[in-house]
Design a binder for this molecule. Structure first.
Ligand code: C5P
Length: 420
């Protein structure tokens, strides 16, 4: 919410059918508190009307390079210099060609030429036009000039074809803008993350799992990506798509998560590679059925069913041991961050959590551990908020207030920056 408040974004429409998605982008920007200055090219008005755009943006539409009604007739200079961000969506093949060759024959091309601040480009066109060498040449030029490209994506196109050319969805364009404007405090760092629940199969149709939604891990991944980090995200079954730009590896069971995480750790701690940090937010099942039945377990007419469980490997513990081995060889030791989701029903029980968490931090070889009480208000598994206590290996302890998980992700990224 706070990120877009008081930011001014010029949203410029090119002339393409995807312009309807840009209306949604304006709605999202305004919902998040941004000021929107809309620009329509002449051909964009064939797809959306100035009145629609003006009503959504809450601001008159800029259309012409020459505007006698503007006091100095210098809208293109003012728009370019005063806005925090320029988003061109949809960016048509023609618009991209104009931008790449530095033309300034209408308001949008003139203001893009004046602008030295960030520009996001969301192309949308027929796949043949997109793949044409001329368009690809122009795109390479614009990327070299520092514009951030978002999309195009593949799928069904308005012309009836399937292929690459669909404009990115409004949320993704918004996220691209946010990444472009965010301070790159973790640039050059690689982060390994585990997130979500694991599923331990009983038979082909049933499993044991937990209520983890993966939201905490997602929020940290998102904050790290915004800060410029490379993120490898190993996750169990969750409902969300992986954050844009993360290298995501989907697993099911604790054993699979263990193997994938160790493999990624080994890959990124090889000589010549540099892993800065591993953050283990996953709610890994401590136990799995001792054996998986090949066919569905049948209900007995009377009596009980006993399940024999066996312990899963502890991923965090294994990484702690590997981290110590690196340190013994005088190699850089990645920071290790663990989570402890506990349950305390009373104040007295809650007071006991900190010493237990400190013991866990030391035993598992963590540098930092985030402790939370799942039974505290706003802290349930799957909620959008959480209240954590951050424990440092040094013994330092920070009690954070109840915060949106997104904000906890941002604070943790700040903490990592200080430590790295
Ligand atoms: O011991 P406990 O399950 O409370 O430890 C929680 C921390 O350990 C979390 O960071 C969790 O991701 C990690 N963990 C793990 N592998 C397990 C169990 C927990 O990595 N098998």
């Amino acid at each position: 919410m706070a990120f877009w408040a008081n930011k001014t974004v010029v949203v410029a429409f090119g002339g393409g059918i995807a312009a309807y998605k840009t209306l949604e982008l304006i709605r999202l920007l305004r919902e998040q508190g941004a000021r929107v200055w809309p620009v329509l090219t002449a051909s964009a008005t064939q797809f959306v009307t100035p009145l629609t755009v003006q009503a959504l943006a809450g601001h008159p539409v800029y259309q012409d390079l020459f505007t006698p009604q503007a006091a100095d007739g210098m809208d293109h200079i003012r728009l370019a210099q005063e806005a925090d961000l320029l988003i061109i969506a949809p960016a048509t093949a023609n618009r991209i060609a104009k931008l790449a060759s530095g033309l300034a024959d209408d308001l949008l091309s003139a203001l893009a030429l004046v602008r030295r601040k960030p520009i996001v480009l969301a192309p949308a066109m027929n796949s043949g036009m997109w793949q044409h060498p001329a368009t690809q040449r122009n795109i390479s030029q614009l990327q070299a000039d520092g514009l951030l490209l978002v999309g195009p994506e593949s799928g069904a196109l308005a012309c009836g074809e399937q292929g690459v050319g669909r404009m990115a969805e409004a949320e993704r364009i918004l996220e691209a803008g946010r990444r472009l404007l965010s301070p790159k405090i973790l640039l050059g760092h690689r982060i390994l993350l585990t997130a979500g629940p694991t599923r331990e199969e009983l038979d082909p149709v049933r499993y044991i799992s937990n209520r983890s939604s993966g939201r905490m891990g997602w929020a940290i991944a998102q904050a790290a990506l915004r800060a410029g980090a490379e993120v490898t995200l190993i996750h169990g079954a969750v409902e969300m798509a992986p954050p844009w730009g993360a290298e995501a590896l989907a697993v099911e069971s604790a054993q699979e998560m263990y193997e994938a995480t160790l493999q990624q750790w080994d890959k990124w701690t090889r000589p010549g590679q540099q892993l800065s940090c591993a953050i283990l937010t996953a709610a890994v099942a401590d136990y799995r059925p001792a054996s998986r039945r090949a066919s569905k377990i049948k209900k007995e007419l009377d009596g009980e069913l006993s399940l024999k469980l066996t312990q899963n490997p502890d991923i965090l513990l294994a990484l702690g041991e590997r981290a110590n081995r690196l340190a013994q060889k005088n190699r850089a030791r990645p920071l290790l961050v663990g989570f402890a989701a506990e349950t305390a029903e009373t104040e007295d029980a809650a007071a006991q959590l900190v010493p237990l968490a400190k013991e866990k931090l030391a035993r598992k070889g963590c540098d930092l551990l985030l402790l939370n009480n799942v039974l505290a208000p706003g802290c349930a598994f799957g909620s959008l908020t959480n209240q954590v206590t951050l424990l440092h290996r040094s013994g330092q302890q920070e009690i954070w207030p109840l915060l949106a998980k997104e904000e906890i992700g941002e604070r943790l990224v700040q903490t990592l920056q200080n430590r790295l």
